[in-house]
Design a protein around this ligand. Structure first.
Ligand SMILES: O=c1[nH]cnc2c(O)cc(-c3ccc(F)cc3)cc12
Ligand SMILES: [Mg+2]
Length: 215
């Protein structure tokens, strides 16, 4: 059967990037996104902002909700030391399969723990099954309608500690208004909005919310 868009991106990466070179993989995905087919990767413009947050935080324990094709997982993992523990969770099996190959091509499979499951099932298991004490950083980029559900699950499962940095994509497009309202008004976070551009667009606005847990 015909390839999915995600498989077309993976094929383009395998034919145009260098195996074991994460930056060349990111560049190939972004070139495809700008020039051939839009896809919902974080992208180069918002990606540069996330890079800065990851470098500033230097997390030893990191969680990503929403792997998709693995673009932001590669973006994050390329900045982490070998000793860091980084888990990424994806519900869609087909996307998870593409991500596994993309991550392997980038040579980062030893630095990324890929979990194919529902985040609502995984979050309560992180302490027992994944040996997590607390998280230093979280990147939320899955489905806007479950952002609030999942950050509350992180709270009730005692996975956040004073200073944990939670970053969320798509605050403007497609928009996560309930999430923005929650983190900005619940009193548990110091939250800032970082305006940027929607992925592979010169015109549309989007942005990342960065919320530091007060403990
Ligand atoms: O569903 C999404 N998960 C994660 N990130 C996304 C993302 O960055 C963009 C979009 C998106 C935005 C506008 C549109 F017309 C179609 C899709 C969806 C997701
Ligand atoms: Mg997104």
């Amino acid at each position: 059967s015909a390839m999915s868009k995600e498989q077309r991106v993976l094929q383009y990466v395998q034919q145009n990037a260098s195996r074991g070179d994460p930056d060349s993989v990111l560049a190939a995905v972004d070139k495809f996104g700008w020039e051939t087919e839009w896809a919902m990767n974080l992208g180069d413009v918002k990606g540069a902002i996330l890079d800065r947050f990851v470098k500033e935080t230097a997390p030893q324990t990191m969680l990503e909700l929403g792997t998709y094709m693995g673009y932001s997982a590669i973006r994050i993992a390329r900045l982490l030391p070998e000793t860091a523990k980084f888990m990424t969770v994806e519900f869609d099996q087909e996307n998870a399969a593409v991500a596994r190959e993309m991550i392997e091509f980038a040579g980062l499979q030893n630095r990324i723990i890929q979990i194919t499951s529902d985040t609502a099932d995984v979050i309560p298991q992180l302490k027992t099954k994944y040996d997590v004490e607390t998280l230093d950083m979280v990147f939320i980029d899955h489905w806007k309608d479950v952002y609030v559900r999942d950050i509350k699950l992180l709270e009730t499962n005692k996975l956040l500690r004073k200073g944990t940095v939670v970053v969320a994509d798509n605050i403007i497009k497609p928009g996560a208004p309930e999430y923005a309202e929650y983190v900005r008004t619940c009193g548990k976070y110091d939250s800032t909005f970082h305006e940027s551009r929607f992925e592979y667009s010169n015109d549309d606005i989007d942005g990342l919310e960065k919320s530091v847990f007060r403990g």
